[in-house]
Design a binder for this molecule. Structure first.
Ligand SMILES: CC(C)(COP(=O)(O)OP(=O)(O)OC[C@H]1O[C@@H](n2cnc3c(N)ncnc32)[C@H](O)[C@@H]1OP(=O)(O)O)[C@@H](O)C(=O)NCCC(=O)NCCS
Length: 140
C-alpha cells in the first residue's frame, strides 16, 4: 500500500471511498471545487493506493493558523489495517514541514470509530460545538 498526493484522475476513486465509507457528499466535494482546493495546498490531499485501487483518502488543509483534517475515509473492506493511520501520519509530517503547529479534525459526536481512531492517534477529543453557515443559498 502506497500513500501519495491526490491527482485529479483519482477523483472517481476518492468519491467511491467517500461513498462506501459513509461520508456525506457536500457542495465543496464536486470535482470543480476539488480543482480549486488543490490549487492552494495540493500536497495535503492524500490517497492510499493498493495496486491500482484507491482504498483510502484524507483531505488536509492549512488556513495559516491551524491544520485541518477533512474527509478521512477508508473502504470498509480495508479498515482496521492501519490505512488511516498511514494517511494521517503522512499528512501530519507534510503539515509539520509547512510550519503547521496544531492540527484539528471535526468529528460527529456519534462517530465512535472516528473518536477511537483520533484518540489512538494522539488527538485530544474535545467536547466543543461547531457553528456552520453555508454561503450557497438552499444548501446546508
Ligand atoms: C475512522 C476510519 C477512517 C479509520 O480507518 P482505519 O484504516 O480502519 O483505521 P486504522 O486501521 O488506522 O485504525 C487505527 C486505530 O484506530 C482505532 N479504530 C479504528 N477504527 C475503529 C473502529 N471502527 N472502532 C474502534 N476503534 C477503531 C483502533 O484503535 C485502531 O487500532 P487497532 O486496529 O490496532 O485496534 C474508518 O473507520 C472510516 O473510514 N470510517 C468511516 C468514515 C469516517 O467516519 N471518517 C472520519 C471522519 S471524521
Amino acid at each position: 500500500m502506497k500513500v501519495r498526493t491526490f491527482r485529479l484522475s483519482d477523483y472517481p476513486g476518492v468519491v467511491t471511498v467517500w461513498s462506501e465509507a459513509g461520508l456525506e457528499f457536500r457542495p465543496g466535494d464536486s470535482e470543480e471545487q476539488i480543482r480549486v482546493k488543490i490549487q492552494r495546498d495540493s500536497e495535503l490531499f492524500l490517497v492510499a493506493e493498493d495496486g491500482r485501487r484507491i482504498v483510502g483518502s484524507v483531505m488536509g488543509a492549512w488556513d495559516g493558523r491551524r491544520g485541518w483534517i477533512y474527509h478521512l475515509g477508508v473502504l470498509p473492506i480495508c479498515q482496521r489495517k492501519g490505512v488511516a493511520t498511514r494517511l494521517v501520519r503522512e499528512l501530519e509530517s507534510r503539515m509539520k514541514k509547512k510550519g503547521v503547529l496544531k492540527v484539528n479534525a471535526l468529528i460527529f459526536g456519534w462517530n465512535d470509530a472516528s473518536i477511537e481512531f483520533f484518540s489512538k492517534s494522539g488527538y485530544l477529543v474535545a467536547n466543543m460545538k461547531e457553528a456552520q453557515k453555508s454561503l450557497v443559498a438552499g444548501k446546508r
